[in-house]
Ligand binder design. Structure first.
Ligand SMILES: [Zn+2]
Length: 493
């Protein structure tokens, strides 16, 4: 009997379609892609979801500026996000759009009615502070000097009658869930931030807006005068993509999510409101919420007005897919803010890819070609390492694998790459020490062949470890090992 494969469900947040894709979302998509590819390499049954969040006031405004209807505008922007799959080599299995009336809307309405049936949706007149950047009512706790912490703008005072979700009812349980890591929030500092919110008690939140003020969205079931507010619509994508229902095979197989990858600006919605909805629905909770930081450009926030927005399409066009993936995964700390500059990008490219990895492969392949050593397809274990040298290289590979796995289990993408580059460094030193091109006698010729064979074996390992990070490069290395032909992987910039 074959063992049942473990399932693994990983998501990005859905990108908001008020503007074209930027580097920040590219980072998130690539991080999720590495997780998905790594899990597949462990033979797990992976479902990797991404998509676009298309409703809301900001989209309507952006569409107007572009002289398009919201629908036309979203079709255009969503298509750009879909194109990221090709240019960033993403392996997502699905792409959900919240404007999809066939796939997404029925789940949103279903969830709404279930929350209502459980007594967790009620209508009330409300006067509050509304941040148009957040597209949400915010409280005094979210302000600094009277301005929204995220958007640095003054909220407006709005009075209207909306539907509310009884989040307060779940406040205590959510606190326990976060504290006991029933939902693991990574990194720890974000977990603590969320606990600070729950300690003060969570308040009920608005789940709808009057339809006259927000037409572009899912109408509230049984009340056409109200539109479901963006988050009560957007968060449901994680369920709707699995065609949420008790009878859906996909839903039964993949829910709950194993990892939601998100940015720090939307952590409150994912760590506090989302568990509240799921608790009300009596559904299992996501296991991990992984939160990345922001990318700055030369130390400044990326923004249209500063004119420093980095376009992922242009970056890939100039340098190629894998170098962009490499930079974002290696240079940007996975859970903190990181900085982009062209100087930093090119320095990484030259030192790590062209000189480090590219150089090692070119050297080893040339040696193999000259001495006619074929790469070994069957890996050998420590017991087969007969010479001291082989034992050393095997030990180095084993250590790399251990460090790499540990780093990936903790979402430390940069550290996983550092461990691979340590192996690359080891191979460089091995070549320098053994000098397998010097053959003075028949005996040294045999020894040289063994050294080169070891190196080919190590290259094969390096290629395998790089697969989740640099899929195209990994494939090219394996091809070179098979054909024994050397080609330049990364030309110097
Ligand atoms: Zn705001």
């Amino acid at each position: 009997m074959t063992k049942k494969r473990k399932k693994f469900y990983v998501t990005t947040s859905i990108a908001y379609t008020n503007a074209s894709p930027h580097l920040g979302f590219s980072l998130e998509a690539i991080q999720a892609d590495v997780i998905a590819r790594y899990r597949r390499s462990l033979k797990e049954d992976v479902f990797f979801l991404t998509g676009t969040d298309e409703h809301g006031q900001k989209v309507v405004k952006a569409a107007k500026e572009d002289k398009k209807s919201p629908k036309e505008f979203c079709d255009k922007i969503s298509a750009e996000f879909k194109k990221l799959k090709g240019i960033l080599n993403l392996s997502n299995d699905d792409f959900i759009r919240t404007s999809d009336k066939k796939r997404h809307w029925p789940s949103v309405k279903k969830v709404w009615l279930e929350l209502k049936r459980r007594g967790d949706i009620y209508k009330k007149k409300y006067k509050g502070l509304y941040c148009s950047g957040c597209e949400a009512f915010i409280t005094r706790k979210d302000l600094k000097n009277g301005k929204c912490i995220v958007h640095h703008q003054k909220p407006e005072v709005i009075e209207e009658e909306n539907y509310f979700f009884r989040l307060s009812k779940y406040s205590k349980i959510i606190e326990r869930i976060i504290r006991n890591e029933k939902i693991k929030i990574i990194p720890q500092v974000r977990k603590n931030e969320m606990l600070n919110f729950t300690k003060r008690g969570l308040e009920d939140i608005s789940f709808s807006r009057p339809r006259k003020d927000l037409k572009w969205g899912v109408p509230v079931p049984e009340d056409n005068n109200q539109t479901i507010y963006v988050w009560a619509d957007a968060l449901i994508n994680y369920l709707s993509a699995l065609s949420y229902s008790k009878n859906s095979r996909k839903f039964k197989k993949y829910w709950p999510a194993d990892v939601h990858c998100i940015g720090k600006d939307i952590q409150k919605f994912h760590c506090l409101i989302w568990p509240g909805i799921l608790l009300s629905l009596k559904l299992p909770l996501p296991k991990t919420i992984f939160i990345h930081g922001f990318i700055t450009v030369a130390g400044q926030k990326m923004s249209k007005s500063l004119g420093n927005v980095i376009d992922p399409f242009e970056l890939v066009k100039k340098y190629g897919t894998d170098p962009v993936r490499y930079f974002l995964l290696r240079e940007i700390p996975p859970t903190e803010d990181g900085d982009f500059t062209y100087e930093k990008f090119e320095a990484r490219y030259n030192s790590d890819l062209a000189k480090g990895l590219g150089n090692l492969i070119a050297r080893v392949m040339k040696l193999a070609e000259k001495s006619k050593v074929k790469s070994r397809s069957v890996p050998y274990g420590e017991s087969q390492a007969t010479t001291k040298l082989q034992f050393k290289i095997q030990k180095s590979i084993d250590k790399t694998q251990r460090d790499y796995r540990k780093a990936l289990e903790e979402f430390k993408f940069n550290e996983a790459l550092i461990s691979v580059w340590e192996l690359i460094g080891f191979c460089d030193r091995y070549i320098e020490k053994e000098r397998p091109w010097e053959d003075k006698s028949q005996k040294s010729k045999v020894k040289n062949q063994k050294v080169i064979s070891d190196l080919l074996f190590a290259l094969n390992e390096i290629a395998r470890l790089l697969q989740p990070f640099l899929p195209e490069t990994s494939e090219k290395i394996i091809k070179q090992l098979k054909t024994n032909k050397s080609r330049i992987l990364f030309p110097r910039l």
